[in-house]
Write a new protein. Structure first.
Length: 179
C-alpha cells in the first residue's frame, strides 16, 4: 500500500470539512494507496512528477501540501477506530462495484436498472460518495452483479493487542455482462 503524505495544514483542513466530504476524500486517497487513479483528478506537474490534485466535479476539493500520514487513511482525519474500520470495508466494496460497472461499459441508467436504484444514486457511487450506502447495501449490489463477497476472521498476529480490518478485492473480478 502506498503511503499518503499530508503537507502543511492539509490534515487539519480535511478534518474541518463535513463528514461526507471527508469520507469521499478518504475513498479517493484509499484508491491512490491501492495504486488506482482517483475518480476526478488532474496532474500537478508544477509540484512534481506523479503528484495528483484530487478534484470534485472539476473543482479542487482542497489544495493539500503533504506530510506523512499514519498509514490509516481514515484515522488521519479523525474518524474513530470503529468508523475507520467500516470505511475501509465500504471503500473496498465501492471500489469493486465501480470496477464492475465501468468494466461492463454500462451507462449510469443501465447500472441503475441492474442495481434496482435510481440513476442519481449510481452517479454518487461512481463519484465515490459513500454517504447513504451501508456495508450491507454495497454487498447486496455486488451480489446483484453476480459477485461473491467473503469475510474472513482470523487470529491477530502475535504481539498485536487488537486485530486489524482489511479488505481484499480479487484481481479477477468478473466484469462481463451476464447472458
Amino acid at each position: 500500500m502506498k503511503p499518503v503524505h499530508f503537507v502543511g495544514s492539509s490534515r487539519e483542513d480535511l478534518r474541518e470539512l463535513p463528514e461526507s466530504v471527508q469520507e469521499t476524500a478518504g475513498f479517493q486517497l484509499f484508491k491512490v494507496q491501492q495504486g488506482k487513479e482517483p475518480d476526478d483528478w488532474k496532474p500537478m506537474a508544477s509540484v512534481g512528477p506523479g503528484v495528483q490534485e484530487i478534484q470534485k466535479g472539476g473543482r479542487v476539493m482542497k489544495r493539500a501540501i503533504v506530510t506523512k500520514g499514519s498509514g490509516h487513511i481514515f484515522r488521519d482525519p479523525g474518524f474513530s477506530e470503529e468508523r475507520s474500520a467500516e470505511l475501509i470495508l465500504k471503500s473496498s466494496l465501492l471500489q469493486a462495484l465501480q470496477e464492475i460497472i465501468r468494466g461492463r461499459g454500462w451507462k449510469q441508467i443501465e447500472a441503475a436498472t441492474h442495481l434496482d436504484i435510481d440513476q442519481a444514486k449510481v452517479s454518487k457511487l461512481l463519484a465515490g460518495q459513500m454517504a447513504g450506502f451501508s456495508v450491507e447495501r454495497l454487498v447486496h449490489f455486488l451480489s446483484l452483479l453476480g459477485q461473491d463477497v467473503e469475510v474472513t476472521v482470523k487470529q491477530a498476529p502475535r504481539g498485536q493487542r487488537y486485530g486489524r480490518v482489511r479488505a481484499k478485492v480479487s484481481r479477477r473480478l468478473k466484469t462481463f455482462a451476464a447472458s
